[in-house]
Design a protein around this ligand. Structure first.
Ligand code: FAD
Length: 376
């Protein structure tokens, strides 16, 4: 019977980067996942020659040169630049808020005109609050309007935020929005990071290369085969849910989830962009993702006769749905601390990744964390 240095529970990005580093040091790894495929949330399904991001659209971005060099040493990345568009009642606006947006909103053509318009709208919002006898914003609506004014709030923030949270902006706390950055330049690049892109060939290529040389078992739940699996390795790297690891003994951690409705369409180009946000409340979904635009550019788009789109619906997590976004409120954070105390006492198990640490991490954080975790 083969014996391993590491049993890695979860073939997502954390487990895969950890395995790659371990194998480079000559360690033997067994990587298991309860899903039928490798890659965790990065997994893409090939439909009509298009990589469909099955667990949500993923764009790699980072300013960390070490992380960027590391991922590019495994697979080359393409030049995809995220520049989402907002659709409000059939009119289109560029995001993030920049000179293009202000031109589309008000017809202003210079940074001075845009700045003056924003300041005027902010002052009006403050005046409305003062008229109500209020000095500090009492809710998200008031907060957003004092930061950016009424027009942008009502057309580009209100409906989208209400769909995301499932509550009215007047019922959401002000602290959710701390800043609303505006750019007084014509720049639709969503991320401020130095590097961004999608692995050439898709995320599955990245994961397959990271796991080259590891033994893998899919459809394999750690808890169902725990005794056998633990006996196969010296150490366990656990990237599943920490509360599940401890049998939910203190209670369950809560998540928000996203539901995707995916459709293949008989047209080469549905919306001309990878990401279109629907910012009005009446449209039930928050975004439409057109997957081919992550990896196909120019003539490649038309050369592929079909397209695949996903409508995204934000929803509360219920038993059996995917746990996507941790709800880091007081109750859940306190609960997580209790599990963390147990986890910190383990000598043979390392906990890593978004589920084990109950924290939202972007992919670049995960790569950095996994590299550091192996080193230590
Ligand atoms: P996962 O990918 O979840 O991997 C954990 C794996 O463990 C899973 O495959 C799971 O099946 C397996 N597992 C759990 N329990 C068990 C068990 N008991 N037995 C066996 N296997 C088990 N980041 C970005 O940088 N850019 C983006 O654009 C971006 N978009 C996102 C969109 C959405 C909707 C979401 C939810 C996240 C997004 N992220 C994005 C974050 C990104 O998904 C994470 O950083 C990354 O996937 C975390 O990797 P992980 O290995 O920690 O977790």
């Amino acid at each position: 019977m083969q014996h391993y240095d590491y049993l890695i529970v979860g073939a997502g990005l954390f487990g895969s980067v950890f395995a790659y580093k371990a194998m480079q040091e000559g360690k033997k790894c067994l990587v298991i996942d309860r899903r039928p495929q490798l890659g965790g949330n990065l997994y893409c399904e090939n439909v009509e020659g298009i990589n469909v991001h099955k667990y949500g659209a993923h764009i790699f971005h980072t300013s960390n040169k070490e992380v960027w060099n590391f991922v590019n040493s495994v697979v080359e990345f393409n030049r995809y630049t995220n520049s989402p568009v907002a659709n409000y009642k059939g009119r289109l606006y560029n995001l993030p808020f920049n000179m293009n947006t202000f031109y589309q909103m008000w017809g202003v053509t210079t940074p001075d005109e845009a700045r003056a318009k924003i300041e005027e709208q902010k002052a009006e919002a403050v005046a409305r609050m003062h008229a109500d006898g209020v000095t500090n914003p009492r809710n998200l609506e008031e907060q957003a309007q004092t930061l950016i004014g009424k027009d942008i709030y009502e057309k580009l923030i209100k409906g989208y935020t209400e769909k995301q949270w499932g509550r009215k902006c007047t019922e959401l706390p002000a602290f959710i929005i701390k800043r609303l950055p505006v750019r007084l330049v014509f720049d639709n690049n969503y991320f401020n990071d130095r590097y961004q892109g999608i692995p050439i060939g898709g995320y599955n290529v990245l994961i397959e290369r990271l796991l080259e040389g590891a033994d893998t078992r899919l459809d394999c739940d750690f808890f169902t085969h725990r005794q056998e699996l633990e006996s196969l390795a010296d150490k366990v790297v656990f990237t599943g849910a920490v509360d599940e690891y401890y049998g939910y003994r203190f209670g369950k951690l809560e998540y928000r989830t996203v539901r995707f409705e995916t459709e293949t369409l008989d047209t080469p180009n549905y919306q001309g962009n990878a990401v279109v946000n629907y910012t009005e409340r009446e449209v039930p979904y928050t975004r439409v993702i057109e997957h081919k635009h992550f990896e196909m550019f120019g003539a490649e788009v038309d050369n592929c006769p079909k397209t695949v789109i996903s409508r995204e619906y934000s929803s509360e997590w219920t038993e059996g749905s995917e746990p996507y976004y941790p709800v880091n409120d007081e109750r859940n954070n306190a609960l997580y601390q209790k599990y963390k105390e147990l986890a910190d006492k383990e000598t043979n198990v390392v906990f890593g990744g978004r589920l084990a640490e109950y924290k939202y991490y972007d992919m670049h954080h995960i790569v950095e964390k996994a590299l550091r975790c192996f080193e230590s």
